[in-house]
Design a protein around this ligand. Structure first.
Ligand SMILES: [Zn+2]
Length: 617
C-alpha cells in the first residue's frame, strides 16, 4: 500500500501529527527498477554537478562508497488559511529525497517525499524528537546492517545515512535545540561562532568558523548534569536548550551537515532588504516616485513561463521605507529583470553611478552563482570574492547597520559549496511549487490540518507511482518530455544533423519541455560553455526538431556587440548564419530571453554559474 500512514500514537492522543513511515517509503522507492538504475549517475570530471561529487562525501566513511544512500532531509513551513475565517495555521513539513538520484530528476517536486507534518504550535510544545524517532531508527539500520530490498527478483542490501538537513536557519536552530533569536541571542546563529558585536562586520568566510561538535557535546553534558539554577545559567551562556535530536545519528555533525537554504537566506531575506533600500534611494533622489516604480515593475513583459509580480504588487511608503510583498520566485524574476525595467524607463542613466546600484548588481551576481546548476572550482573562488566585495559595497551604500543577520550567512556560502556543491540543489525552492499546490485546495478538515495535508500529498505521490489497478508505473522518476503542436517533416530534413535517421519519422515543433525546462521558438540559448571573459555565443531558436528521444534546436547565431556593464547584460545582434544543436549538449541549460528595448537586442545570462562583473570599480 503506497499510502499507509502510521499515526504517532503518543502525539495523537492529545494533538495531531502525521508521519509517513520512512522505511516503507524508502523501500517502495528503491523497489522501482528505474530508481535503482539511476542511483549511480556518473558525473563529468571537474564540473561539480552534484552533491555526491563534493569534498564532504569523499572524506566520509559511509558516503564515500558510491552506492551508499545519501538522504537529504528538508524542513519548511506552510501557512494554511482557514476557509471559514482569517485564522492561519502554520504547519511544519518534513520532506526527504535521495542525493543519489540524477539532479534533474531530483529537481522535480515528485521526487521529494513527505516524511511528516505537524502544526507548528504542537511542534514547539512536544519537540522534534517525537516526530523524527522512527526516522532515526531507520537511519541507524541503514548505517549498521543495511536494508534489504528485492529488485527484479535479486536481493540488494542498501546502506547509507543522513547526508544533510536543509531549511531556514531559524527553524533549524530550533530543531537542533538552540535558543533561537536574531536579536536576543548572544550567538545569533547556532551554526557558527559569530556574535552580536561582529555579525555586521565580518566580510569573509575565513573570519568566521563553524562551531565544533566536541565543544558542543561538552556544553550539552554540562547542562544535563547541572542543577536547576545552574542549568538556566549555562543554557543562556551557551545558547543551548537541549541536545539536538540529530545527535542520535551516529557520526552526524549538526554543524557541518546543516545546509543554509538560499531561498530563505537570499530571496526571502537579503534580496528584500536590498531592493527596499534601492527603491528608497531612487525615491529620495527624486529619480522616480513609488507609484511610477510600481507601474514600471507591474507593466513589464515578463516571460510567459516565468513567475512575475502579480497585479497586486504595490510599493507603499511606511515609516520612511519602501514596502512591498513578493514571493521567492517573484523576487527572482525581479532581480533578473530590474536592469531591463530600469533601462526601459531611462532610470539606469540616473542611478548607474550610485553605489547602491553597484551593490544591487553584485548581489544579483551572487544569486546567479548560487542558483547555477553547474559550478567548478573557480565559481567557488569567485563567489567568495564576490561576497566580500558585495558586503563592503553594501556598507558604503547604506551603512553596515542596515545589514540584516542573514547577510552574515553569505560568508559561509563558499564553504558550503565546497562541501556539497551547487547551492541550488540544497534549496527549498522546490517547495514553493508543492506548497502552492497545498494552498490552492479548500480544506474541509481544518481542525486536523496535518492529516489533510499528508493525505493529499500521499495521494498525489501514489497516483504517480502506481496505476489505478495498483500496478507500478515504470515512468515515475520522469514522465517524459512534453512536446507541443507537432508538424511532420519531410525525410530530407534528416540531413540537418548526423544524429537524425532518414528512415524514421521526423517532427518540427515550437515548444518542448525537458525536465521542467521549457524551450520556445524565439528565445535563445547559450551555445558555447564560455569561460569568461571570452564572449558567449548565443543562438536564437528558429525551430525545434524531434525524432524519438532526439531533440535538436535550429539556431540563428547571434554576435555579442558589447557587454553592458551598467546593466550586466549583453547587447547582441542577429547574424545571417544558423546551426543545429543537440539540446543535451547545452552546457547552460536555461533558455535565455531576448529583450528588445529601443531597437537594441539584449540577452541576460541569469542565473549562470560564472562571474562576469569585472572587479575594477
Ligand atoms: Zn559565521
Amino acid at each position: 500500500n503506497a499510502f499507509s500512514k502510521k499515526k504517532q500514537r503518543h502525539v495523537l492522543r492529545i494533538h495531531k501529527a502525521q508521519y509517513i513511515p520512512f522505511k516503507e517509503s524508502l523501500i517502495n522507492l528503491l523497489k522501482k527498477p528505474e530508481v535503482y538504475e539511476s542511483l549511480n549517475c556518473p558525473s563529468r570530471a571537474n564540473i561539480m554537478t552534484d552533491l555526491s561529487t563534493r569534498s564532504f562525501c569523499y572524506q566520509h566513511p559511509v558516503f564515500k562508497l558510491p552506492d551508499s544512500l545519501k538522504i537529504i532531509l528538508f524542513y519548511d513551513d506552510i501557512g494554511i488559511d482557514n476557509p471559514l475565517g482569517t485564522r492561519t495555521k502554520s504547519v511544519g513539513m518534513f520532506y526527504w529525497t535521495l542525493a543519489n538520484l540524477p539532479r534533474f530528476v531530483r529537481s522535480q517536486d515528485r521526487c521529494v517525499f513527505l516524511l511528516a507534518c505537524i502544526e507548528k504550535q504542537h511542534l514547539k510544545q512536544y519537540g522534534f524528537t517525537i516526530v523524527l524517532d522512527d526516522f532515526f531508527c531507520t537511519i541507524e539500520e541503514l548505517q549498521t546492517h543495511g536494508i534489504p530490498v528485492t529488485i527484479n527478483e535479486k536481493l540488494h542490501i542498501f546502506k547509507g545515512s543522513l547526508l544533510l538537513i536543509c531549511g531556514d536557519i531559524l527553524d533549524l536552530s530550533q530543531m537542533h535545540g538552540f535558543k533561537c533569536a536574531f536579536r536576543l541571542g548572544r550567538k545569533p546563529f547556532f551554526y557558527c561562532d559569530v556574535n552580536q558585536d561582529t555579525i555586521r562586520r565580518i566580510n569573509k568566510g575565513s573570519e568566521c568558523h563553524l562551531r565544533k561538535l566536541e565543544k558542543y557535546d561538552k556544553n550539552c553534558m554540562a547542562i544535563d548534569f547541572a542543577n536547576e539554577r545552574e542549568k538556566a545559567r549555562l543554557q543562556k551562556k551557551y545558547g543551548i536548550i537541549s541536545l539536538s535530536p540529530f545527535r542520535k545519528i551516529n557520526n552526524f555533525d549538526i554543524f557541518h551537515q546543516t545546509g543554509i537554504d538560499i531561498m530563505h537566506a537570499l530571496l526571502e531575506g537579503i534580496c528584500q532588504r536590498e531592493l527596499k533600500l534601492l527603491l528608497k534611494h531612487i525615491q529620495q533622489q527624486k529619480f522616480a516616485n513609488l507609484s511610477s516604480l510600481t507601474s514600471m515593475i507591474r507593466n513589464f513583459q515578463y516571460g510567459c513561463n516565468e513567475p512575475s509580480p502579480s497585479d497586486k504588487f504595490n510599493l507603499s511608503s511606511e515609516d520612511n521605507e519602501a514596502k512591498f510583498r513578493a514571493s521567492a520566485s517573484e523576487m527572482l524574476s525581479l532581480f533578473k529583470y530590474i536592469p531591463f525595467i530600469f533601462h526601459q524607463s531611462h532610470l539606469t542613466e540616473l542611478i548607474s553611478a550610485s553605489v547602491g546600484w553597484h551593490s544591487f548588481l553584485l548581489l544579483r551576481e551572487i544569486i546567479s552563482i548560487s542558483l547555477a546548476s553547474e559550478i567548478d572550482i573557480t565559481s567557488i573562488e569567485k563567489l567568495e570574492e564576490l561576497v566580500t566585495r558585495y558586503l563592503i559595497t553594501f556598507d558604503n551604500a547604506y551603512g553596515y547597520v542596515q545589514r540584516i543577520p542573514k547577510h552574515h550567512l553569505l560568508v559561509h556560502f563558499g564553504e558550503q559549496m565546497h562541501r556539497f556543491g551547487s547551492l541550488r540543489f540544497t534549496s527549498c525552492m522546490i517547495f514553493e511549487k508543492k506548497h502552492s499546490f497545498f494552498k490552492r485546495i479548500k480544506y474541509r478538515n481544518f481542525r486536523n490540518i496535518a492529516f489533510t495535508l499528508a493525505d493529499r500529498h500521499q495521494h498525489y505521490i501514489a497516483s504517480l507511482m502506481y496505476t489505478c489497478s495498483n500496478a507500478a508505473t515504470s515512468s515515475f522518476l520522469y514522465s517524459g518530455h512534453q512536446i507541443k503542436k507537432v508538424k511532420e517533416l519531410d525525410s530530407s530534413a534528416a540531413k540537418l544533423h548526423y544524429l537524425l535517421d532518414m528512415e524514421k519519422n521526423l517532427y518540427e515543433t515550437n515548444q518542448v519541455t525537458l525536465f521542467g525546462i521549457t524551450y520556445v521558438v524565439g528565445e535563445a540559448v547559450l551555445i558555447n560553455d564560455s569561460v569568461f571573459p571570452i564572449d558567449p555565443v548565443f543562438g536564437k531558436i528558429l525551430t525545434i526538431i524531434v525524432q524519438d528521444k532526439i531533440v535538436l534546436l535550429r539556431l540563428q547565431l547571434m554576435q555579442v556587440i558589447v557587454f553592458n556593464q551598467k546593466l550586466c547584460v549583453y547587447e547582441v545582434r542577429l547574424l545571417d548564419s544558423s546551426v543545429t544543436k543537440n539540446v543535451y549538449e547545452l552546457k547552460h541549460v536555461w533558455p535565455v530571453r531576448l529583450l528588445k528595448i529601443s531597437n537594441s537586442l539584449f540577452a541576460s545570462l541569469f542565473p549562470y554559474g560564472r562571474f562576469y562583473l569585472t572587479s575594477n570599480e
